[in-house]
Ligand binder design. Sequence first.
Ligand SMILES: [Fe+2]
Ligand SMILES: [Fe+2]
Length: 170
Amino acid sequence: MGKQGINILKLNVKKLTKMLNAALSEEWLAYYQYWIGARLMEGPMRSEIEPELLVHADQELNHAVLVVGRIIQLGGTPVLNPADWPKFSRCDYEAPNDPYVEIILQQNLKGERCANQRYKEIADFTSGKDHTTHQMATTILNEELEHEQDIEDWLTDLQRMKEDLKKIRQ
Ligand SMILES: [Fe+2]
Ligand SMILES: [Fe+2]
């Protein structure tokens, strides 16, 4: 972005690029969390949930594309080394050691809640001060909220299925 474009922003651009680099690191970790989890997953509703998790993974990657574009526009340097992702990220990456569907979904759910918090903070920080980043953050936030809802719905369905099976056995 031109110097004028940066100068008209009424906020601390350095602080903003730091927040965006944290978000970028979180997106890459979320991408891999979804992608590897989908590959390994076992259990009920797998054939239904697996492709949806891969859709979420693609959307996380698209968020990374948006965020990296904005960092560059702001004159910042996007995180260059994957070894820095866990250092910049506030969201934990949890290795899917147990491939059971509910465990995988819980890991992804934690990531979504962490992402919601991140984009809410970026949206708050840029509100009325940097319309471009604000618009991007709210767009991403809406998708993260949809992801959270999808996962909660699958967990509810799985719980329901378990309860129905218990009733049949009684
Ligand atoms: Fe995301
Ligand atoms: Fe997400």
